[in-house]
Design a protein around this ligand. Structure first.
Ligand code: NAD
Length: 275
């Protein structure tokens, strides 16, 4: 069988945005190596890809462990040949007020989101060079662009993902490797947003200037597909925000559900700080 022209590794592929990316790439006829730390959820995705008659391999790996990252890319190359697309979707969030964050929590959020993204990029470069170049898409977040209460390590980690993206884009340009980040806003049907109840979800949806139905994993995945495709010859080192215009809208109570009493924003009616 001829190898597909695009041979992609997707981390954090078993759920949410990563899963939508895997489905979409496979539907395009791309070869996909799907990876996740959750073996059971990855098995479910494998059944789906099997049904799709995709050319794929599934590899269980924790991106926070560099040895497992190296094993992932060795297995990916064995399965598909040289890899020319990497999508770093593996990520985790912690919702805790700034004063309660423990060292262990800080380290885990940084290890999964930042260290995992960095060492996956490092591991893919040799195979991508052999392929003649490629595209790396890192999942950032609007939390890396604006401050969000009760998410200190997550905001720091996602800002770091943007920084890594800019740096790698410059250093890897000579190898014909383009590096971009995608920063989703609130995205429904993911584990990360599953804990919100209907009232909170309605409050969130109501704040989205573009409307209430463009916040699904597929909406993010379509952007990832575009950025990983050959249609983006000149885009590198930038972050594409997919948030229905939320972060540009300056809504004072845009994300009201997470604000704790100690962290009330300015009282905008009186113009005084009530804290
Ligand atoms: N859902 C949102 O609203 C939202 C918003 C902004 C950014 N993001 C980012 O998008 C990416 C995908 O998130 P999602 O919403 O699909 O979340 P999700 O929780 O539904 O899926 C994340 C996947 O990553 C896997 N994963 C977690 N830790 C891992 C590790 N150490 N090694 C390998 N796999 C690991 C999980 O098992 C899961 O399958 C993340 O980087 C997240 O930070 C999500």
């Amino acid at each position: 069988m001829d190898l597909p022209a695009k041979r992609a590794v997707i981390t954090g592929a078993a759920r949410g945005i990563g899963r939508a990316v895997a489905r979409l790439f496979a539907a395009e006829g791309w070869g996909v190596v799907v990876s996740d730390v959750d073996a059971d959820a990855l098995d479910e995705l494998a059944v789906e890809l099997e049904r799709q008659k995709a050319r794929y391999a599934a590899v269980v790996a924790d991106v926070a462990d560099v040895a497992q990252v190296h094993r992932l890319f060795a297995e990916a190359e064995k399965a598909l040949g040289d890899i020319n697309v990497l999508v770093n979707c593996a990520g985790m969030r912690l919702i805790t007020d700034l004063l309660s964050v423990t060292e262990e929590q800080w380290d885990r959020v940084m290890d999964v989101n930042v260290k995992g993204t960095f060492f996956s990029m490092q591991a893919v470069v040799p195979t991508m060079r052999r392929a003649g170049g490629g595209k790396i898409v890192n999942l950032g977040s609007v939390s890396g662009i604006v401050g969000v209460a009760n998410r200190a390590p997550y905001c720091a980690a996602k800002a770091a993902v943007d920084g890594l993206t800019r740096q790698a884009a410059v250093e890897l340009a000579a190898s014909n490797i383009q590096v971009v980040a995608v920063a989703p806003g609130y995205t429904a049907e993911t584990e990360m947003t599953a804990m919100y109840d209907d009232e909170v979800i309605e409050a969130m949806r109501a704040t989205l200037p573009l409307g209430t139905d463009r916040h699904h994993p597929k909406d993010v995945a379509e952007t990832v597909l575009f950025l990983a495709s050959d249609r983006t010859r000149a885009i590198s080192g930038t972050t594409v925000v997919v948030d229905n215009a939320l972060t540009t809208s300056l809504l004072p109570d845009a994300w009201p559900w997470h604000i704790t009493p100690e962290l009330q924003p300015l009282d905008r009616t009186s113009g005084t700080d009530q804290r």
